[in-house]
Design a protein. Structure first.
Length: 219
């Protein structure tokens, strides 16, 4: 019987909502195929690592695979990984935050060679300063992908898709304003969209205006 997921998954983080580009198409296709042993993705900025990992998790669950998503930015028990040694797939987010005990468990997972692993971090495997050498050696042999920054057009498409999902009425000039006057970090932009959705619902607004964005950005 599958254990209850310790972290709530975002229902919007699906493959269908992922913005494919020339630079990220390969990792998208590989993850969706589920034909891999270890995949490692990294980026300094918020570029969709969590979205990817949760997409794989939810996709695998639909395929009836025993699967779990864990984010090590949150406070997790040192022995958390020991609960999932017999799982089919583990998606481990922000592994740069692994404790020493969790690193040992990850090393054991590698040695058992049973579960497929999808891992994310903010740097290349060799740059994980606090990770044991043996673990880094294993990670460097994975399918390693860097998630690259989005172009303006790609960011617009992501925001438009988000607006469509949330049934937000947003004209094109609003996206231009958003990209010009706020931090172009994807996480920040999506957070602004979430706030706009909440305010529109509370105030019963029919569309997102520049004045509303100004209010959100300066708050």
């Amino acid at each position: 019987m599958q254990q209850q997921l310790p972290i709530q998954l975002n229902c919007d983080f699906l493959f269908d909502n992922w913005q494919q580009t020339e630079t990220n198409a390969t990792i998208y296709e590989l993850l969706r195929s589920l034909n891999f042993q270890v995949v490692y993705c990294y980026s300094k900025k918020t570029l969709g690592k969590t979205h990817l990992l949760q997409s794989v998790t939810q996709y695998a669950l639909k395929k009836k695979l025993t699967t779990v998503y864990l984010d090590f930015k949150t406070s997790l028990d040192d022995n958390i990984l020991d609960n999932f040694f017999e799982y089919d797939l583990l998606c481990l987010d922000n592994i740069q935050r692994l404790s020493q005990t969790q690193q040992y468990s990850l090393f054991e997972l590698y040695n058992k060679n049973r579960a497929k692993l999808v891992l994310s971090s903010d740097c290349q495997p060799q740059q994980l300063d606090y990770v044991f050498k043996d673990v880094k050696t294993r990670l460097s042999r994975a399918n390693v992908f860097e998630l690259c920054s989005y172009s303006d057009e790609e960011l617009k498409n992501i925001l438009k898709r988000k607006a469509q999902i949330k049934s937000l009425n947003i004209e094109d000039n609003i996206y231009d304003y958003l990209l010009k006057w706020t931090k172009r970090d994807l996480g920040n932009l999506l957070n602004i969209m979430d706030k706009a959705e909440s305010i529109c619902a509370i105030r019963k607004l029919k569309k997102v205006s520049i004045n509303l964005l100004k209010e959100i950005i300066t708050s």
